[in-house]
Design a protein. Structure first.
Length: 174
């Protein structure tokens, strides 16, 4: 759990003031530092919901992705590309999900060397329970209204697109 600091001042704003005196404009530094702090806060909020189910947010995302698939199963390499993570991270997540009984691993009949991850009924039940709890928390963003959350998504998507998260032709399509 990320502990509430309860400081009498905003340390990121204070750092911004010092930054401006020493280095120049601080808006980018303040925004980036704030994103990292909010990530810590959100992950702590998610952990409260997910930990009792032996899940991290990364493993939760794998389970949700599997529920989105037509057959409830996907090749590990597809999971990695959709979640934008390294293959080793996918393997580690799948290992933990198998140990928890949420996923079965089996050979991919379409690829002799590939592996499929298939969600189990226990995995589906965990997704239902944890998704309801995360939605009750507004995914940790209850302090923002619907319009603000939409604007935040748009702003952060611009950064993601600039980093090449989505191919140029896909950007214009949707």
């Amino acid at each position: 759990m990320v502990r509430a600091l309860g400081l009498p001042f905003d340390p990121i704003e204070r750092a911004g003031e010092t930054w401006e005196q020493r280095f120049g404009p601080a808006s980018a530094m303040r925004a980036a530092t704030s994103i990292f702090r909010v990530q810590q806060i959100l992950l702590a909020r998610f952990d409260e919901v997910l930990k009792p189910h032996e899940l991290t947010f990364a493993r939760y995302e794998v389970l949700v992705l599997l529920t989105f698939s037509r057959l409830g199963e996907l090749p590990l390499k597809v999971i990695g590309s959709r979640l934008m993570v390294h293959p080793t991270s996918v393997t580690n997540a799948i290992d933990r999900l198998v140990a928890a009984g949420y996923v079965d691993r089996r050979p991919n009949p379409a690829d002799g060397r590939g592996v499929l991850a298939a969600i189990t009924e226990q995995g589906r039940a965990a997704v239902e329970t944890t998704t309801a709890a995360l939605m009750d928390l507004d995914f940790g963003l209850a302090d923002l209204g619907e319009q603000e959350r939409s604007e935040l998504f748009d702003l952060l998507r611009t950064v993601r697109l600039g980093a090449g998260d989505v191919a140029e032709d896909a950007q214009h399509a949707g």
